[in-house]
Design a protein around this ligand. Structure first.
Ligand SMILES: Cc1ncc(COP(=O)(O)O)c(C=O)c1O
Length: 386
């Protein structure tokens, strides 16, 4: 194990260390006549021929779901090449995983986290909700959006109350995967005793041949939590399944802290189906098409006069592109104008990201279907000239 100075017990919140987790009879007995949990033995209040009843047939949705979700974790472990289910915490989207990290490690009003802007907004929102201070070490603003490890180290040395460093790879809104070498440096910073949380929501969109997921590193680093989600590559944003892959010790604290039945039976059922060979086949086909379509958008953007540089290294299912003013400079005013005009008049909604550091004049555009991408190219050409 690396990071030899790391002691989990010294960074978990004292109230979580002392927590006696909620236990139910179902932890010990899960079959027989089940009159232990005040469920409704008569069944769901659903028209039996309705879509909802048909879709949930066989799932016993009048019963609470499995609090441990071991079958689902086993499938995830196999898919991500992780030794076993004990390495997992599952949340209601990775947004719950992010919140759980705050709740397990950060004492409100006392501790801090470090983020690397421009980055995903929920780290700061969750910090505010949990009354935790946010420190920042900006990514390199050379167009590649990589970690500035020296700046991270400076912040760590100046703020010993930093308990978690949130890294996003590939980043949102940057689209840049962080170099593995830089992530390893952060994991082993000599004076850092806290957690490194690597958000890999977009990891499946990194092209083969480039550095990919860090999830398997959880057997090497005692301070690593890797966050993934089924909302992006799996196309299951509506089922809300977020995944934390970490050490069994960290996972056990996160699992002890969660609400007992946080993962719905329907969510688990759909996610398990997606992890079967047929589902994985579709996943890989979709990823390949999205990567191809991303390339097509990037190519088309080159001949739209009012678009400037594409920022980042395009490792996600979106692109981040500059809108230029008449003098050829990135312009928030023009980008915001194009954004609102396309949304209001033409029904195409993209994301204005110009107020994020290093993203002056930028729109973030999700890769859609080939037809949707045609619409993007046509409307941007109309707006910004060819
Ligand atoms: C970087 C990043 N992390 C996490 C999330 C949240 O994902 P989920 O749908 O699993 O809550 C998003 C959603 O856009 C994201 O961009």
């Amino acid at each position: 194990m690396a990071a030899t100075t790391f002691s989990l017990q010294s960074i978990v919140r004292p109230n979580i260390l002392a927590l006696k987790p909620y236990r139910c009879a179902r932890d010990d007995f899960s079959s027989g006549v089940l009159l232990d949990a005040n469920e409704n033995a008569y069944g769901p209040a659903l028209n039996p021929t309705s879509d909802a009843a048909v879709a949930s047939a066989g799932l016993d949705i009048n019963r609470y779901p499995d609090p441990h979700q071991t079958d689902l974790k086993n499938l995830l472990a196999k898919f991500r090449n992780i030794p076993g289910p004990e390495h997992f915490f599952l949340g209601v989207g990775s947004d719950e995983v992010i919140d759980m990290i705050f709740r397990v490690f950060c004492v409100p009003g006392k501790d801090a986290v470090l983020i690397t802007p421009p980055t995903y907004g929920m780290y700061s929102v969750s910090a505010q909700i949990n009354d935790v201070e946010v420190k920042k070490a900006t990514l390199t603003l050379d167009g590649n959006f990589q970690l500035n490890v020296d700046e991270i180290e400076k912040q760590i040395n100046a703020n010993p109350n930093i308990k978690v460093i949130f890294l996003c790879s590939p980043g949102n809104p940057t689209g840049s995967a962080l170099s593995h070498e830089s992530i390893r440096r952060v994991l082993t910073l000599p004076n850092y005793k806290g957690i490194v949380a690597v958000d890999e929501a977009y990891v499946d969109f990194i092209e083969d041949g480039k550095e990919g997921s860090t999830a398997t590193w959880v057997t090497q680093y005692p301070n690593l939590i890797v966050m993934q989600t089924m909302s992006k590559s799996f196309g299951l944003a509506g089922v809300r399944l977020g995944v934390a892959i970490t050490t069994p010790e960290i996972a056990s604290y996160m699992n002890a802290t969660k609400a007992p039945y946080n993962i719905a039976s329907t969510t688990s059922h759909v996610a398990q189906e997606a992890l079967q060979p047929k589902g994985l086949d579709i996943l890989h086909k979709h990823i390949a098409v999205m990567i191809e379509e991303r390339g097509r958008l990037l190519e088309a953007f080159k001949s739209i006069a009012g678009l400037g540089k594409v920022l980042g290294t395009n490792d996600s299912n979106f692109v981040l592109v500059e809108v230029l003013d008449k003098d050829g400079k990135p312009s928030n005013e023009r980008a915001f104008g194009v954004y609102t005009d396309m949304a209001k008049r033409q029904g195409l909604v993209v994301r204005f990201r110009g107020t994020e550091i290093g993203c002056e004049g930028c729109l973030r555009i999700t890769v859609g279907t080939p037809e949707e991408n045609e619409t993007v190219i046509r409307l941007l050409t109309e707006q910004l000239g060819s």
